[in-house]
Design a protein. Structure first.
Lengths: 293, 557
């Protein structure tokens, strides 16, 4: 019996059993052919991950990842802890370069250009990708200075430009109304949710092409989470967003495409509706329905 | 077993007292609490001793006149009391009287046993006369002579006339001192500069050169001109001295000897037994002001400690200026740039060990390296004309500061490293993700965030450096420095000059003073001042740090 026919046997037990078998095989080292849905082929990829492998020292963390990330869409990366979602995300803006022991093979393209090519200026690359981290990490300076930081390091001094960028980004991050009267107070005085939106404002201040979000809501309460999700809704279409999340509902609510990763492999990748309702693979179904992970 | 419960499952009976002690550790509680109490007690005791000893030194005490049974009459202030074994083996209580009048008695102090005393009183007209030289004089005033005329003949009149006469005499004395030090010094400098030019010409162009001949002629001209100036200044000094010679105070001592004190030599007249409470405080205040604003006299046992205070503060600030940038940069490299590995560990351990090297060793290093190597090289290159007199090739405030900077470098490096390590990596990542480079991240994010910790290191370094004496004795602290390291003579900052330091001043007072009884109370006062200055410097740094902390408040949620 072909493996792809398994989900059609729509019994919980069977799904679990076959999923468990598949997952065990992956754990044992069996090569994985990513189940890439057809609707992705109709999109334009702004970032294209091609045959990407990554090692932390001797330990391999990513295996042969092929993943086109569609322009202007929200793509969610889901999977159990330690499956390499964050590693993949952090490879896209090469922030993983900061870890001494990292070694990679394969390639990641941004608009068709390799980001690992020797002539690429990694600083410029990072400027074209905003990144939001798991824990809010505002800098120890004023709200204003936090937002315009990417411009400041570019040497922008013109007050008008900075003011404009500050207001636009804070409005974009749905934070303007809350902080407009205390722009010059320390950002450390904001609440956790506000700090995270401030980090989003900072990430979009330099008008990046891609916004990378590494579990942006995991340290926030439900109300703050809700605000961030509304904000993502507002940014949809303007930015290409890649979001790592542990929260299935969040992925289902916010994203256009969902990629399921397991043990450093990309298992299945397709439109969010399909992944959550009729995934092609039993292990994906088992994961998104909460049977493991 | 009686209840059918296995023995090992039943609750144990009470342990023996010894066992219980071992388990609960009551003695440990007493031991730790006691140790803390001991430490606190020592600190409180130290501060109390300094406060009592330091604050009481300058308080005007009554003057006691003591007639002894053997006919001696002593007058002075009681310095202290003690019980000692007399020559016959019995215990006697005796007092140490500061009798002053050194030129008459050749003693500053005298012991009087209680059983020798026939009578004693506090004559209300007794005066304590603090003088520029020879220490204090205790006597009963007879006549005040001003401008050659007797204008007062009893204590009350003299006190009344004093404020209108004494200040102008002092002003003339100060004018004379100013001529002697500043103005003659200025002329001397010009003379010296002309000679140096001639000597430089000789060194550069040779003895037979025209340049040397010209410089030589110029130097001679300057010499002639300065000779006239010297004559003029000397004449002015003469006239000031002649004028001041007409002002004197005739005093009779307790044992009836007469003395004539020049008003110009008197710093302060204190009618010690006739002071009201307010006047007593005024004298106390004026003595403190003199102490912190004036130069020392009488082999440092009297007068002020301003040069020492100034030297301490300038040296500490210079040291901080040197040690903080270097220490911070070294720590930045170690923590942010160097790849962790055995080499970095070796370097780190070495730095930590450096902190444990005795300070005198750093003094030896400073003397050998800064003074004799660096300083001598500078002298050869830039001040060849002054040789063999060293300019930088001897102890000076710059070398002292650098020596202490080397000594306190480990403190700053370790503190900075810890502060850098405490900056969360998420901040660095956030900055890198914004497209910042390594240096931008360090300068804009990491360093500001680590600044309070770095300042803590600076505070520790300052606290250690400001109180250090041993290395300074080798590299530039002196008993008496005629000139301050910063003054109005171009180029205003003189890093090559030796300087006075409060810590060294304490050592000098305590161990090197001829008049050790008079110097002893000053040890406490100076120590109190040193501690106060260190505390003030630290408070300043702490205030800056707290300001920065508030600015970068990091309480999340």
């Amino acid at each position: 019996m072909a493996l792809s026919e398994l989900p059609k046997l729509d019994t919980t037990l069977d799904v679990s059993v076959s999923a468990a078998g598949r997952l065990a095989a992956i754990a044992a080292g069996e090569a994985v052919q990513t189940e890439l849905h057809d609707d992705l082929r109709r999109e334009t990829a702004v970032v294209d991950v091609r045959g990407f492998n990554l090692w932390y020292g001797p330990k391999q963390a990513l295996f042969e990842i092929h993943m086109p990330i569609p322009k202007g869409r929200i793509t969610a990366l889901v999977g159990p802890s330690g499956c390499g979602k964050s590693t993949l995300l952090r490879s896209i803006n090469r922030i993983n370069d900061l870890v001494d022991t990292v070694r990679t093979t394969g390639d990641i393209l941004l608009n068709g250009e390799s980001i690992f090519a020797p002539h690429v200026d990694v600083i410029d690359l990072r400027k074209r990708m905003g990144m939001v981290f798991q824990k809010p990490n505002p800098f120890p300076m004023s709200v204003y200075e936090n937002v315009v930081y990417p411009l400041r390091i570019d040497g922008v001094r013109d007050r008008a430009v900075l003011d404009e960028a500050c207001e636009r980004s804070l409005r974009g991050a749905a934070l303007w109304d809350e902080v407009k009267d205390r722009l010059h107070d320390s950002a450390m005085g904001l609440s956790g949710g506000q700090q995270q939106r401030l980090c989003i404002a900072r990430a979009i201040a330099a008008e990046p092409e891609v916004l990378l979000m590494d579990e942006p809501c995991s340290a926030l309460d439900p109300i703050a989470t809700n605000k961030i999700e509304e904000l993502m809704e507002g940014l949809r279409g303007e930015y290409t967003i890649v979001i790592v999340t542990h929260n299935m509902q969040q992925a289902a609510r916010t994203s256009d495409y969902t990629a399921f990763m397991y043990l450093g492999r990309l298992i299945e990748y397709g439109s969010t509706a399909t992944i959550f309702q009729q995934p092609h693979l039993p292990e994906t179904l088992a994961y998104v329905t909460g049977r493991f992970g | 077993m009686s209840h059918g419960v296995p023995r090992r499952d039943r609750l144990r009976t009470r342990r023996s007292a010894v066992e219980a002690l071992r388990a609960r550790g009551e003695p440990a509680l007493w031991l730790t609490g006691g140790a803390l109490l001991l430490a606190l007690g020592m600190i409180v005791g130290l501060i109390a001793l300094l406060m009592v000893g330091g604050l009481s030194t300058l308080w005007p005490r009554p003057v006691v006149r003591i007639r002894c049974q053997d006919g001696r009459v002593l007058m002075g202030e009681i310095a202290r009391r003690e019980t000692a074994r007399g020559p016959d083996g019995r215990l006697v209580r005796r007092r140490l009287v500061r009798i002053g009048n050194f030129e008459l008695t050749h003693e500053h102090f005298a012991w009087v046993a209680d059983h020798e005393v026939a009578a004693e009183d506090c004559p209300p007209e007794a005066m304590v006369l603090e003088r520029v030289a020879w220490g204090r004089f205790y006597g009963l005033p007879r006549a005040l002579v001003a401008g050659g005329r007797i204008i007062a003949t009893n204590a009350a009149e003299i006190r009344a006339a004093w404020p209108s006469i004494h200040p102008e005499v002092v002003a003339r004395r100060r004018r004379r001192e100013r001529i002697e030090t500043v103005e003659i010094g200025e002329v001397n400098r010009r003379l010296e500069a002309a000679r140096l030019r001639a000597r430089t010409a000789e060194l550069v162009a040779g003895r037979d050169s025209e340049r040397y001949a010209i410089a030589r002629r110029e130097a001679e001209q300057v010499e002639q001109r300065t000779a006239e100036e010297f004559a003029r200044l000397r004449a002015e000094i003469e006239s000031l001295n002649a004028h001041n010679a007409q002002f004197h105070l005739d005093v009779v001592t307790a044992d009836g000897r007469e003395a004539r004190l020049m008003l110009a030599d008197i710093v302060r007249m204190v009618p010690a037994n006739a002071l009201s409470r307010a006047e007593r405080w005024a004298v106390y205040g004026s003595r403190w002001w003199e102490f912190i604003s004036d130069v020392p006299r009488e082999a440092n046992s009297e007068g002020g400690v301003f040069p020492a205070m100034f030297g301490t503060v300038v040296m500490t600030l210079l040291m901080s200026l040197a040690v903080v940038p270097i220490g911070v940069m070294a720590a930045l490299y170690l923590r942010e740039y160097a790849k962790p590995g055995p080499w970095v560990s070796v370097v780190r351990v070495s730095i930590n060990n450096l902190a444990g090297v005795p300070s005198i060793v750093f003094g030896v290093f400073g003397l050998g390296f800064f003074c004799y190597m660096v300083g001598a090289t500078i002298d050869e290159l830039l001040f060849a004309a002054r040789l063999p007199n060293p300019t930088f090739g001897k102890g000076g405030i710059l070398w002292a500061s650098l020596t202490l900077a080397v000594m306190t470098l480990p403190v700053v490096i370790v503190a900075t490293e810890e502060a850098l390590a405490a900056v969360p990596n998420s901040m660095r990542e956030g900055s890198f993700a914004c497209g910042a480079g390594k240096w931008q991240t360090l300068r804009r994010i990491v360093l500001p965030r680590a600044l309070p910790g770095i300042l803590t290191g600076m505070i520790l370094a300052m606290a250690r450096g400001a109180g250090e004496v041993a290395p300074l004795m080798l590299v530039g602290a002196v008993k008496l420095a005629p000139e301050l390291p910063v003054d109005r003579v171009p180029p205003f900052i003189h890093p090559e000059r030796s300087f006075m330091h409060l810590g060294f001043h304490i050592y000098d007072l305590g161990f090197q003073s001829q008049n050790s009884e008079a110097a002893k109370p000053m040890v406490f006062t100076t120590a109190l001042l040193l501690v106060t200055i260190i505390v003030l410097l630290n408070l300043l740094a702490i205030a800056i740090r707290n300001h920065l902390r508030r600015k970068h408040r990091s309480d999340v949620f």
